[in-house]
Design a protein around this ligand. Structure first.
Ligand code: UD1
Length: 346
């Protein structure tokens, strides 16, 4: 029988791509999303890709009674938990917003899961838990360090809570530590929808190329790297979404336990390499300037993702050019939709 999977934050960037992969892997999916960083139309877009309707609860996972209602109405077989705030910079400005939403959300969700005897959960974490490390590639055995932002703290705390629930309360948990998710679905139906000015590199690049931003600022070129700019491990969001399905399959088959997997390609790229890949793929010359370092940026970090490859049988399929190509096609589709909306009579 098909299992029903609850995806919290399922209309968000990584969540929506994961819903597509789950539906295409023969899971029934229920989404809960509070629309704080997404729009309800994403549900229709998902359906336009998979031809399968999305069962959507608009609600907040910090609201225990709404969650209880959901668990009473649906027969949930496992949970993939994305719903959380994710802007590192904002978390420094508004730490309580992050502690309250991300940690409370995790606790409330797990409490209600516990009450309904649902014990399988895949949790969306981040390589930010490794802190300012100089020794890439980073394997899961690398010690986690004191977080460099309240966002990072929430990921560390949630990981710790999940580990304890697995140890003492019968939970089966998978922690996925993402490196830098970028790109969009090849259909151009779903992708990242940054609100306001993007913090992250790739949406800033595509918005600049589309003329929405004047120019990109590269945050520092005096780092101890080959071209002086930061190095990150960029991973295509569709590869990441596929890894969630593999992780869920694995979690459903394992005994009480908690496993951690890094999700990256295992290759680092500098900011200038990303710009170059974008220019080559799109044929657009990107206006950019070199600026000051951004506070809190780690110099270089990329993944050792061998564990995910070996245990989850997952291999990333897309390279940096594919990532830039899909990100650019998504931006073009977004700009066209915005133009259509603007030209519609009121
Ligand atoms: C960080 C976290 C990541 C988290 C993400 C969420 C780390 C190592 N990574 O990613 O886990 O999921 O935030 O937001 O903590 N850059 C520019 N100009 C720009 C924007 C970015 O030069 O306008 C540079 C940054 O300095 C960095 C690279 O591009 O070197 C990537 O930045 P970004 O996309 O913001 O991601 P991270 O900060 O690496």
């Amino acid at each position: 029988m098909k299992k029903t999977i609850l995806v919290t934050g399922g209309l968000g960037y990584i969540g929506s791509h994961t819903v597509v992969e789950l539906q295409e892997s023969n899971y029934d999916v229920v989404v809960i999303d509070n629309l704080s960083n997404s729009i309800s139309e994403v549900a229709e877009k998902i359906t336009s890709i998979t031809q399968i309707p999305v069962k959507l609860y608009i609600g907040d996972i910090t609201d225990e009674s709404s969650l209880k209602t959901l668990f009473e109405q649906e027969t949930i077989g496992g949970v993939i938990h994305f719903a959380a705030h994710k802007a590192v910079g904002e978390s420094v400005q508004k730490p309580f917003k992050y502690y309250r939403n991300n940690i409370d959300g995790m606790i409330t969700l797990q409490k209600v899961m516990h009450q309904h005897h649902v014990k399988t959960i895949v949790f969306s974490s981040s390589c930010t838990v490794y802190g300012d490390t100089k020794h890439s590639p980073i394997a899961e055995t690398h010690p986690v360090t004191e977080a460099i932002s309240p966002y990072g703290t929430t990921k560390l705390v949630c990981e710790q809570i999940l580990k304890e629930l697995c140890r003492y309360s019968g939970f089966k948990g998978i922690i996925l530590r993402y490196f830098n998710p970028v790109g969009a679905h090849p259909s151009t139906c779903i992708g990242e929808l940054p609100l306001g000015v993007p913090d992250n590199l790739v949406p800033y690049i595509t918005q600049t190329a589309a003329g929405i931003r004047e120019k990109l600022t590269v945050f520092g070129n005096d780092y101890n790297t080959a071209d002086g700019t930061n190095i990150r491990d960029y991973i295509h969001v569709v590869d990441l979404a596929r890894a969630h399905v593999k992780a869920l399959d694995y979690a459903l088959s394992m005994n009480q336990d908690c496993e951690i997997f890094n999700l990256g390609t295992g290759t680092g790229h500098s900011v200038l390499e990303v710009i170059q890949a974008f220019e080559q793929t799109s044929g657009i010359s990107l206006p950019y300037v070199i600026g000051a370092r951004r506070t809190g940026d780690v110099e270089q970090i990329w993944a050792d993702a061998t564990k995910a490859v070996q245990i989850l049988n997952w291999t990333p399929q897309y390279n940096l050019h594919d990532m830039m190509d899909s990100a650019w096609k998504w931006q073009v589709a977004l700009s066209q939709n915005n133009q259509k909306r603007a030209s519609k009579p009121a």
